[in-house]
Design a protein around this ligand. Structure first.
Ligand code: ADP
Length: 286
């Protein structure tokens, strides 16, 4: 429990409502404009003296498993997992001009504009505050140095977890990714078994198959084709690797090489985060 307490410091620099508003206003100062609802004034910052919020970020290439591990940790720590990719996909599923515009960008493997992504994130943070959420694990944001600077201007990120896998594994994982169109569950049909060579450790990841009732409802993300995944990886190296450096020089980056599939990686990740020994919570999160 001590290790957990150590991590769950209750001194979040700003609360979620403030973060939501500040993201909007700082972004506006950077030249963005936001809807009136995002710029509203006079909302008193809420700080619960007893609250223990974590404000963490998950970084990593497409397909590395940020969503999987961030959502498990969010259940373990009782904070929301906020994935900007999910916010974008929710918009894609809606009808209207924004959805059409976003579909074209996402299916080319390109990044959505900072203006749109910050607007979606601000709304999500504000909705969370209204529901009493505090703290967060961000996944997919920040993705550029500029986004990292904007975030730094509005709130304190305590820890940044950088998940790593080699490119051949990332490609196989993206191409094997399947989603149940009914329950939204994430699965993977890829069977990865790469032998170690030249000092590089081998890696084995068995498929993560869906239950019988999801089998006939599996879909593939429109941006998980080989061509688009390669473009997303290229963009990651170009735009998102500087984000790793941004946090590395601030002493906030925890590098984590995934050793294999979930059963092997999850306990090791908990240990790296000083969260091991919380077996009952661990099984609740599984
Ligand atoms: P990935 O598997 O590539 O990490 P995500 O699910 O995080 O994918 O995001 C899907 C898509 O949503 C991205 O390719 C990009 O178009 C858009 N997106 C998500 N987060 C951001 C962000 N912070 N900035 C710009 N675009 C984003």
């Amino acid at each position: 429990m001590t290790a957990l307490r150590g991590l769950l410091r209750g001194n979040a620099a700003v609360n979620m409502r403030t973060a939501g508003r500040w993201i909007s206003s700082v972004a506006a100062e950077s030249g963005f404009s936001f809807p009136a609802s995002q710029a509203r004034q006079g909302v008193a910052p809420r700080r619960d003296p007893g609250s223990r919020n974590v404000q963490w970020v998950f970084l990593g290439c497409p397909g590395v498993g940020k969503g999987t591990y961030a959502s498990r940790l969010s259940r373990l720590l009782g904070v929301p997992h906020i994935a900007t990719g999910d916010l974008v996909r929710d918009e894609l599923a809606a009808t209207g001009p924004l959805s059409k515009q976003l579909t074209e960008i996402v299916n080319r493997g390109q990044l959505v504009s900072d203006e749109i992504i910050i607007d979606l994130l601000s709304k999500r943070l504000e909705d969370g505050v209204a529901k009493g959420e505090s703290g967060f694990i961000l996944d997919g944001f920040p993705r550029t140095r500029r986004q990292a600077e904007i975030l730094e201007g509005v709130t304190e990120i305590e820890l940044v977890v950088n998940l790593k896998l080699t490119e051949d594994v990332l490609l196989a994982k993206c191409l094997g990714r399947r989603i149940c169109s009914q329950c939204g569950g994430n699965f993977n049909v890829a069977s990865i078994d790469i032998k170690g060579e030249n000092g590089r450790p081998g890696i084995s990841m068995p498929p993560l198959l869906p239950p019988e009732h999801c089998m006939s409802k599996l879909i593939t993300r429109g941006d998980d084709t080989e061509e688009v995944v390669k473009e997303r990886l290229r963009l990651y190296y170009e735009l998102s690797q500087p984000v790793e450096e941004f946090y590395r020089i601030r002493g906030k980056l925890l590098e984590f090489d995934l050793p294999g599939g979930i059963p092997e990686s999850w306990p090791k990740l908990l240990r790296a985060l000083n969260l091991d020994g919380h077996d009952e919570k661990q099984s609740a999160a599984a």
